[in-house]
Write a protein that binds this ligand. Structure first.
Ligand SMILES: [Zn+2]
Ligand SMILES: [Zn+2]
Length: 379
């Protein structure tokens, strides 16, 4: 089933090249992994990219318009199999269908130099660092360009030699009989791995790979307001490719350490404060620790357990736009334990003035301790 590339970009089938480019830019901005770390968004970003790759290429777009999918193996064919895809299905496509090579795949030797992969590095940060931003030194261990051969893979003063098995074509041909008659197929040359050339004197620095693993220290600037799992992209700081190919990107993934006072929900912070029963009843002034320092707040008389105070603007700064989240202080009320005789007397007096009935427990222990004694044979 061919993918709906037009639908992915949200453009009509008669969209102009400009329409397609505009739609792509808008979506790419929205779903770029730098901006949107959600794995679903990343999947969507890949889809958007492949849709743009297809629709921005006249030839590939034509295949889509004929009901095919230029990105799937055996591309160029319609749903009916070989020959059913219309006038643009040529002999090459039939050969590809029979021999499993990618449609439109480049013929001839494959390049030794290929782009490098992206790298990802977790970066543990404290809450005040994710909140206010930080310049953090990071140690990166990636493939870098071999300084001995500058990526060529050959020892100094030596050169690549043409492969004798395939004569430099990178592929070898074989003749097969099929019901179409005698057909010639080609497959990558195993002597040179399809490169068409061989390294007879490998570079001593990299053993012919053109790159070496290196450890280096970079400084990454973390903006204020980043969240756990977000990724910061450092363009061109990823792995150098085989043969010294251009480096991929490095993604620094934020890992926010749990804080012992605050828990974070988006840009809001939450903390718990326990008040003695008397303070909750009478009202009090509290000094609350925030990310910025101490803050005095008032707790009104008659505060109930589980109530919440909100300190505006003392949460985490918003990553985009001005302003900050809020700090929510959740209040617990502690009931006193171990009253001495005088304290108990005052509390009973207090209860009496409010007309609250308080049954007295026997001095030998309450109902439940008597039950327990019964079970344990002390009764
Ligand atoms: Zn080298
Ligand atoms: Zn070869």
């Amino acid at each position: 089933m061919a993918k709906d590339y037009y639908g992915i970009l949200g453009v009509p089938r008669d969209a102009t090249a400009d329409d397609i480019k505009r739609a792509y830019r808008k979506l790419a901005r929205q779903y770029h992994p730098d901006i949107n770390p959600d794995p679903v968004a990343q999947e969507r970003f890949k889809e958007i990219n492949s849709a743009y790759e297809v629709l921005s290429d006249d030839q590939k777009r034509q295949i889509v318009d004929l009901g095919g999918d230029p990105l799937s193996p055996g591309a160029g064919m319609g749903p009916g199999g070989p020959g059913a895809g219309g006038p643009f299905v040529g002999f090459q496509d039939i050969m590809d269908a029979f021999f499993g090579t990618a449609a439109g795949g480049a013929r001839g030797p494959r390049p030794r130099t290929r782009p490098g992969a992206d790298a990802i590095l977790p970066l543990p940060l404290e809450l005040n660092e994710t909140a206010f931003g930080v310049e953090a030194p990071i140690t990166v261990d990636t493939a870098t360009l071999c300084q001995t051969c500058r990526g060529a893979g050959t020892a100094p003063g030596t050169h690549l030699a043409t492969c004798e098995v395939c004569g430099g074509r990178g592929e070898v041909q074989s003749v097969q009989r099929t019901f179409l008659g005698q057909v010639v197929s080609s497959r990558p040359c195993s002597a040179c791995a399809g490169y068409g050339t061989v390294i007879t004197n490998p570079c001593p620095g990299c053993a012919g790979d053109g790159r070496v693993r290196t450890r280096r220290t970079l400084t990454v600037k973390i903006p204020a307001g980043v969240e756990d799992q977000m990724r910061i992209r450092l363009a061109g700081q990823g792995e150098v490719g085989p043969g010294g190919g251009p480096a991929g990107d490095l993604y620094v993934e934020i890992h926010e350490r749990p804080h012992d006072v605050f828990s974070r929900k988006g840009d809001d912070l939450h903390c718990r404060v326990t008040l003695p029963m008397t303070a909750a009843a009478l009202g009090t002034r509290l000094t609350i620790k925030t990310l910025d320092g101490e803050e005095n707040i008032e707790c009104r008389a008659g505060t109930q357990p589980g109530s919440t105070l909100r300190i505006r603007g003392k949460g985490v700064p918003h990553l985009r736009g001005a302003g900050r989240g809020d700090l929510f202080v959740h209040l617990d009320v502690r009931t006193p334990t171990k009253l001495d005789a005088e304290q108990e007397r005052i509390l009973r007096e207090f209860a009496k003035t409010r007309g609250e009935e308080v049954a007295e427990l026997s001095k030998q222990g309450g109902f439940f301790s008597r039950m327990r004694d019964a079970f344990n044979g002390h009764a």
